[in-house]
Design a protein around this ligand. Structure first.
Ligand code: COI
Length: 354
């Protein structure tokens, strides 16, 4: 894929070393843009100065939400190399999301090439402090100006970059999770397995409710029985019960997380039994009360590994591991981030130098 580069004439001031980056607060100087229309397919791949995207008010994304996105990160190693972590997995998930929403697919090699070239162009923006990275947000949306429900005839694929710190203010300290029993996130046959904006829009009411009650995130139950544990707002979720790991299967309603997959590989390489199965919330709470629930944590690109210290379901509440980060959770965090930041040998072959 040929990518035209138009450099910004003035560059932004970068956040100072040591300044709290937060999440999604700063954006770099350039973005990647590529257009699709029915006649030409993908064309005009370009890296241009970061800035507003002019849109027709009738653009279909604004009315029918044909929009998908991805999230991955670039990391600066101590010897100043820039690493990407399994970008091909994001490319494949993006294609799956786009197929479900009747949007055009971006070839895996083009997705990876676009990410790589943009990050290479912005490598001075990859922060160096511990726990920081450059968050990469590829997204696609329907641009056809038409107020009618059908697959749009034109789309834009854009990638923006943001230097980030921890997603949750708690950092790697335990979070409190509210088990949502009123709203649902996904049902079989729906879009639960895709990363589309609509899934997140529909989740906000529950998130607001949970935050008002002092919780960081919601834990979703399955949309049919409201009985089985699925995922947390921005993460997949895993539980260690009696020395075995439990997590929901990716059978249509759960987002197939890249961090989830990586953690499962690491756990299995350490000899853990990982059960990808439907775990009933009643059984989970019971395990919390009888203390066979030893650890719980969320996994996600933005959040990395986030220990769960407390679960509230209806009137019932359990504290996990005395609200402390568990030994296994910490070891997984250290191992995963060690591979991502190039401090630990990447025996899985997951990192790719920019
Ligand atoms: C990610 O983990 O990369 C996400 O996209 C989750 C969230 C920031 C929406």
């Amino acid at each position: 894929m040929e990518i035209r580069i138009e450099r910004a004439t003035t560059l932004k001031e970068k956040p100072k070393a040591g300044e709290a980056l937060g999440f999604g607060k700063y954006y770099t100087d350039h973005m990647f843009v590529m257009d699709w229309d029915r006649g030409q397919g993908w064309h005009d791949a370009r890296i241009v100065p970061f800035g507003p995207i002019p849109m027709d008010p009738a653009s279909m994304v604004l009315h029918y939400a044909q929009e998908t996105f991805e999230g991955l990160k670039a990391y600066r190693t101590k010897d100043d190399r820039i690493l990407l972590f399994r970008p091909e997995m994001n490319a494949r998930r993006f294609a799956n999301s786009n197929r479900r929403l009747c949007m055009p697919e971006v070839a895996e090699e083009d997705f990876v090439e676009a990410v790589t070239q943009l990050v290479a162009c912005e490598k001075d923006w990859v922060p160096a402090e511990e726990g920081t990275s450059l968050y990469i947000r590829p997204f696609m949306f329907a641009t056809e100006a038409a107020v009618g429900v059908h697959p749009a005839s034109s789309y834009k694929f854009v990638i923006i970059l943001s230097p980030v710190g921890a997603y949750y203010p708690e950092g790697v300290n335990p979070v409190k999770i509210y088990v949502e029993d009123e709203y649902v996130r996904a049902t079989p046959g729906g879009t639960g397995f895709t990363k589309c904006g609509g899934n997140y829009a529909a989740s906000i009411a529950a998130q607001v409710k949970a935050e008002e009650m002092g919780f960081t995130q919601v834990l979703w139950l399955d949309g049919v029985h409201r009985k089985y544990v699925e995922e947390v707002g921005t993460m997949n979720v895993m539980f260690m019960i009696d020395n075995e790991i439990y997590t929901a299967p990716c059978d249509g309603t759960v987002l197939p997380g890249v961090t989830r997959d990586s953690i499962i590989h690491i756990l299995k390489s350490w000899g853990y039994k990982v059960n990808e199965m439907h775990l009933a919330i009643d059984d989970l709470m019971k395990a919390g009360h009888d203390k066979t629930l030893q650890e719980a944590f969320g996994t996600g690109t933005a959040a990395v590994i986030s220990p769960i210290g407390e679960l509230r379901y209806k009137e019932d509440e359990v504290t996990i591991n005395d609200f402390k980060t568990g030994e296994l959770t910490q070891k997984l965090y250290d191992t995963l981030t060690g591979i991502q930041w190039g401090d630990i040998e990447d025996t899985f072959g997951w990192t790719r130098e920019v």
